[in-house]
Write a protein that binds this ligand. Structure first.
Ligand SMILES: *Cc1c(COP(=O)(O)O)cnc(C)c1O
Length: 392
């Protein structure tokens, strides 16, 4: 591995040359079944023909012009997101953490615009992950991620995930918003209950706070709805997303109702690259697939199949696994042995996954997997369990 790359990642010594659907291939042509999905990014698998076509077509026409001009592809994508969600307004970013930054700025601006500039604090949850900018790190409050980086961005109050009493007690005169991942990803695939999500809406309405959902990981069809909060039958005021939205092209968005976005007038926010024509062409191609008739139903059906198989695996291997977590194709295996050992053994067997906090293995396959792929993954997992039981 090259010394020239800043060593902020403990990288696996493995490089891929190409991908096709749910598979990745090394230069030596070793095939891996990719249930890491670039950390929930490759929502349509690798080299999806529609995404490749969009990339090639737009690549020949126009890549970037800046937001000094109209970007018609972005207008189309924003209108489609608005038509299919709670939101009235969309701002495109390059990443998830920038989408959160935007959402946080919007929430503060909303209150200052309405004559309450003292309301700037945002309540967030323990074991949250919102990205790696200083403000996103301060929002999540993970001491390990903050260590050595100096003063935090002020204005975040942390409460236990899913603890409504603690959350209510944290609300004060300066509170502007509550910001939550409907399903915590990095924190260990912990899905908030539908009741908790509904309660968040009620509390926000009661105190005049904005409800911000971080759907960077759980959004974009991952749970069988365009956005995960839809399962709870409630709407946020603001939502940040990214990852699956670009299917592998770096892009994100924050979205809000007209009411919440009232302060975001010309000059209040910007991005040089955000929403450029190339990103927008690919985003529209991703959405073409996600919004196809029957697509979400097929995600739900393959999710149910996968979950049942994983529940069986866990039941048959109680010394290795404790439980299955998550929703849709955002699944977690809580381990009784070190998750890193299981992940390494899976990789040896040709199945890629990704770790999360709380000793969890994340399974984030492309939304287009078929039963045969799930069966293949389960067979590898069974072999891994057999190997580990024999070793024990
Ligand atoms: C990945 C992630 C982020 C950060 O996204 P980046 O694109 O890495 O900046 C923020 N929130 C959640 C929930 C995520 O999973």
């Amino acid at each position: 591995m090259s010394d020239a790359v800043m060593p902020t990642y403990a990288r696996i010594d493995l490089a891929f040359e190409r991908g096709e659907g749910p598979y990745l291939y090394t230069a030596e042509n070793r095939r891996y079944l990719d249930f890491a999905g670039g950390i929930a990014v490759n929502s349509l698998g690798h080299s999806h023909p529609k995404l490749v076509a969009a990339l090639e077509e737009q690549g020949r026409k126009l890549w970037h012009v800046s937001n000094l001009y109209r970007i018609t592809g972005g207008e189309t994508l924003a209108e489609r997101l608005v038509a299919n969600s709670f939101a009235d307004k969309v701002f495109f970013t390059n990443s998830g953490t920038e989408a959160l930054e935007g959402a946080i700025k919007l929430a503060r601006k909303y209150h200052s615009h309405n004559g309450n500039p003292q309301k700037y604090r945002i309540i967030t949850c323990d074991s949250a992950f919102h990205g790696r900018t200083m403000t996103a790190l301060s929002a999540a409050g993970n001491a390990k991620h903050l260590d050595g980086f100096g003063p935090q961005t002020p204005g975040f109050d942390h409460v236990a995930f899913e603890n409504l009493n603690e959350l209510r007690a944290a609300i004060g005169d300066e509170t502007a918003a509550i910001m939550v991942e409907p399903i915590q990803g990095e924190g260990g695939i912990r899905a908030a209950s539908m009741d908790f999500l509904k309660d968040l809406r009620t509390v926000c309405d009661e105190f005049g706070l904005l409800l911000i959902f971080d759907e960077v990981q759980c959004g974009n069809g991952r749970t069988g709805k365009l956005f995960a909060h839809e399962w709870a039958d409630i709407e946020p005021d603001v939502l940040a997303t990214a990852k699956g939205l670009g299917g592998g092209f770096p892009m994100g968005a924050f979205m809000a109702t007209n009411k919440a976005a009232a302060g975001m007038v010309p000059g209040t926010h910007g991005s040089t690259y955000g929403g450029n024509p190339l990103a927008m062409a690919i985003g529209n191609a991703v959405l073409d697939v996600l919004l196809e008739d029957g697509f979400m139903e097929s995600v739900i059906s393959i999710s149910d199949y996968t979950r049942t198989k994983l529940e069986n695996l866990v039941a048959n291997n109680p010394a290795i696994f404790e439980e299955v977590r998550g929703a849709g194709l955002m699944l977690g295996l809580k381990c009784r042995v070190p998750n890193t050992d299981v992940i390494a053994a899976m990789r040896e067997g040709g199945l890629l996954s990704v770790g999360a906090a709380d000793n969890v293995i994340r399974l984030l396959p492309p939304l287009v997997i078929e039963r045969s792929h799930v069966d293949e993954a389960i067979a590898i997992l069974e072999d891994v369990c057999k190997g580990m039981s024999q070793a024990a």
